[in-house]
Design a protein around this ligand. Structure first.
Ligand code: DOR
Ligand code: ZN
Length: 351
């Protein structure tokens, strides 16, 4: 990292270790934003139908690359969507052939397109054993789904009732607890060995749960897991800016058409891809920790995934930018995170 008196920050090109790129016209509209800022991204498999086979992942990867300009160097890293019946052989073959970078565990019905997710971790023990043996990362949406559990407690209860037993049963399995939202998650990740890490989104660093109810119902601030109380946001900011390699960047950018958000039953997801790095830079600057941004954004993720850090560098400048109210993605209009606000650091691009 270099920063000089003109307030320019140069870091290795970052990667996004958790993103939803969707498919078809939406893919064509959103992938360019991620590819502009990031060298690689872990692409979520929650399409409809989900990405469960090596063939599906290869074909999805081709569609992503076809949606990008010919001179793009962006590398999509594909994931397999775990179901109750997915075969360990298929997973191992995909990992061995460098198609699958990881597997994603959605508890069934936890979030968007998770109805094919896992109903009980006990049903996939053979898959988890195989993953542990071949050292393939498991990426977890860490929420229980029982309607009896308060929505704001679902991550903490998942840690106690699912993740702890899973760690005990598969101690060598490399796990990323995705988009953590609570102090309990931060503390758990810190207490465990180095094969457990976590991604943190820009929105969970920026908003607490009040943002969903600020003067009225705010559907564009709704995502899953939902933002929590302020004390949790503070814990996440501390973790992200601490320099600890267990925490790294994962935007969870999750676009939905405005009409699908502003609905009687609005979709969960915040679209932050167009200004992702600017959003993180704002937080790190506010915390007086811009010197930790490169580790969080560009170094800790590759180290965990056992990949080289990107060689190329990108620059940010301390210059206010106005985030538009809307971003056009083909025919669809999307509302970006920070819509209508300004951000103090501007992503310049290749340094
Ligand atoms: O808010 C979310 N949106 N959380 C998820 O886990 C899924 C995502 C989506 O795909 O829209
Ligand atoms: Zn996600």
């Amino acid at each position: 990292m270099q920063a000089n008196s003109e307030q320019r920050l140069v870091i290795r090109r970052p990667d996004d270790w958790h993103v939803h790129l969707r498919d078809d016209a939406m893919l064509a509209g959103v992938a360019v934003h991620t590819a502009k800022q990031f060298g690689r991204a872990i692409v979520m498999p929650n399409l409809s139908p989900p990405v469960t086979t090596v063939d599906q992942a290869e074909s999805y990867r081709s569609r992503i690359l076809a949606a990008l300009p010919a001179d793009s160097h962006f590398e999509p890293l594909m994931t397999a969507y775990l179901t109750d019946t997915i075969s360990a052989e298929e997973i191992a073959r995909g990992f061995g052939e460098n198609v699958f970078a990881a597997c994603k565990l959605y508890p069934a019905n936890a979030t968007t397109n998770s109805d094919h997710g896992v109903t009980s971790v006990s049903l996939i023990s053979e898959v988890l054993e195989t993953m542990q043996r071949i050292d393939m990362p498991l990426l977890i949406h860490g929420e229980v789904t029982s309607p009896d559990i308060d929505v704001f407690d679902r991550e903490a209860v998942f840690i106690d009732t699912v993740l702890q037993p899973l760690r005990r049963d598969f101690p060598e399995l490399r796990i990323v607890l995705e988009h953590i939202t609570t102090k309990e998650a931060v503390d758990f990740v810190l207490a465990e060995g180095e094969n457990l890490a976590a991604t943190i989104t820009p929105h969970h660093l920026e908003i607490n749960r009040n943002a969903m109810f600020d003067g009225g119902l705010r559907p564009h601030m709704y995502c899953l897991p939902t933002a929590k109380r302020e004390l949790h946001r503070q814990a996440l900011r501390g973790a992200a800016t601490s320099g600890n390699p267990k925490f790294f960047l994962g935007t969870d950018s999750a676009p939905h058409a405005i009409a699908d958000k502003e609905s009687d039953c609005g979709c969960a997801g915040i679209f932050n891809a167009p200004y992702a790095l600017e959003a993180y830079a704002k937080v790190f600057a506010e915390e007086g920790a811009l010197d930790q941004l490169e580790g969080f954004a560009s170094l800790h993720g590759p180290a965990f995934y056992r990949l080289p850090a990107n060689e190329a560098t990108v620059a940010l400048e301390q210059q206010s930018i106005d985030v538009p109210e809307c971003v056009q993605a083909g025919e669809t209009v999307l509302r970006p995170f920070h819509a209508g606000a300004s951000l103090p650091w501007r992503f310049v691009g290749a340094a």
